[in-house]
Design a protein around this ligand. Structure first.
Ligand code: GLU
Length: 441
């Protein structure tokens, strides 16, 4: 860690993600001298390669704009590079390195043969018109297309990249490559190679994982109150499944504040989240305006200020601080399943783990999204579309397997389960052994 800190000063998210994994695997690593001999850790913490490119496009006023685009191909030991694209003004190489690193472990947990990658741009989609989004996506793909391919690297969505953006990206890829197969991006539309349930998959998978975690702890999700941050695709799927399982979603937050929904979100309110997202306004206050009397907007507050049993961070990295964790616990919260990638700060995780709050990390909880991308790739390779039931069954099995892997590697001497350790060790063992078996490359 100290060598990495000296080498990459200022890459705080990347260093935070690596530190968490190295702390978890220390004991296991020391029991395997063959890993040390092959310098597995030194190799695993560095991406295989990073592409950086200029993306120039024209806005609606005719002004020329320039952004930076990236693709971080992190690790291909267990399969072709796989991971999303993030369009957000705060995107930096450090952020994408952390996400690519996490993705490598997450993808290993899915049981599917996928390596880890991440990409994106510092392009800010907020307030952009459809035409601007299209021109940006086309300009981005003009550079990216040479780095990706259905057997090399398969991007998908992430923050700021949903079905609309994947459509524009895929259209341009086919135009440039003159290859009309459907397997180079996932998260596609239903009529051009997409998988049913992919939009819901991250949220659904997170709730399936939560169900298994609660079951193991002798609890049930029915009638429990849930607080959720974010109103993107992931939060939408999480709300939908939480309601189906009989839980009550009492808080939903955005960058402007939180909506308190004492009687619980309804399907109508959840679908309105899709409209709020499509508007690019990025304000959760609109929910309270649209449903007066049902949702009460509190400006500047997080979802973690509303009393709940279960907290599900679904927005952005480091969104839940130690202070938030303390507030949650003081208000009666006893479980936090991280759905966003590295959504909890280290102090928050430490607090949860030492104060009897069940906690599971994003790379296990949110892996249902990329797992269903893997199922989309399988359907594309078969030139078939499965039914919703088939996709849902497989997603459920995968989440159950991820939970089992966490239990297998995370059970402590006192019988408690450290899900952070469990997920990190399970992912690490798979990738490390795959690297070892394939030699020094
Ligand atoms: N961006 C999602 C993640 O963080 C999905 C990636 C994918 O489907 O390739 O896992």
């Amino acid at each position: 860690m100290s060598r990495l800190q000296a080498k990459y000063p200022g890459e705080s998210e990347y260093l935070q993600a690596v530190q968490e994994v190295l702390e978890s695997i220390e004991d296991v690593y020391n029991q395997h001298p063959e890993f040390e001999k092959a310098r597995i850790v030194e190799r695993m913490v560095e991406p295989d390669r990073i592409f950086t490119f200029r993306v120039t496009w024209t806005d609606d006023k005719g002004e020329v704009r320039t952004n930076l685009g990236y693709r971080v191909q992190f690790n291909s030991a267990i399969g072709p590079y796989k991971g999303g694209l993030r369009f957000h003004r705060a995107v930096t190489p450090s952020m994408l390195k952390f996400l690519g690193f996490e993705q490598t472990f997450k993808n290993a947990l899915t049981t599917l043969p996928m390596g880890g990658a991440k990409g994106g741009s510092d392009f800010d989609p907020a307030g952009k018109s459809d035409a601007e989004i299209m021109r940006f996506c086309q300009a981005f793909m003009l550079e990216l297309w040479r780095c990706i391919g259905p057997d090399q690297d398969i991007p998908a969505g992430d923050v700021g990249v949903g079905g609309r953006e994947i459509g524009f990206l895929n259209g341009m890829y086919q135009k440039l490559a003159r290859e009309y197969h459907t397997g180079v991006l996932t998260g596609k539309g239903m009529t051009w190679g997409g998988s049913i349930l992919r939009p819901e998959a991250t949220g659904f998978g997170a709730l399936y994982f939560t169900q298994h975690l609660l079951h193991k702890a002798g609890k049930d999700i029915k009638d429990k109150t849930v607080a959720i941050s974010g109103f993107g695709n992931v939060a939408w799927g999480a709300v939908k499944k939480a309601m189906q399982l009989g839980a009550k979603v009492v808080a939903i937050s955005g960058p402007d504040g939180v909506c308190h929904v004492p009687d619980g979100m309804t399907a109508e309110m959840n679908d309105y989240m899709l409209e709020m997202r499509a508007s690019n306004r990025n304000m959760v206050e609109d929910l309270a305006t649209r449903f007066p009397g049902k949702a009460k907007f509190i400006a500047g507050k997080k979802a973690w200020s509303i009393p709940c049993d279960i907290a599900l961070p679904c927005a952005f990295q480091n969104e839940l601080s130690e202070d938030d964790a303390r507030e949650l616990k003081a208000n009666g919260c006893w479980c936090c399943c991280e759905v966003s990638n590295m959504g909890c700060q280290p102090g928050a995780i430490h607090f949860f783990q030492h104060n009897g709050v069940l906690f599971a990390p994003g790379k296990a909880v949110n892996a249902g999204g990329v797992a269903t991308s893997g199922l989309e790739m399988t359907q594309n390779a078969q030139h078939l579309s499965w039914t919703a039931q088939e996709v849902d069954d497989r997603l459920h099995q995968i989440m159950q397997s991820i939970h089992e892997q966490c239990v297998r590697y995370g059970t402590q001497a006192d019988g408690s389960i450290d899900y952070v350790k469990g997920a990190n060790i399970a992912g690490f063992m798979k990738v490390a052994n795959a690297m070892l078996e394939q030699g020094i490359i």
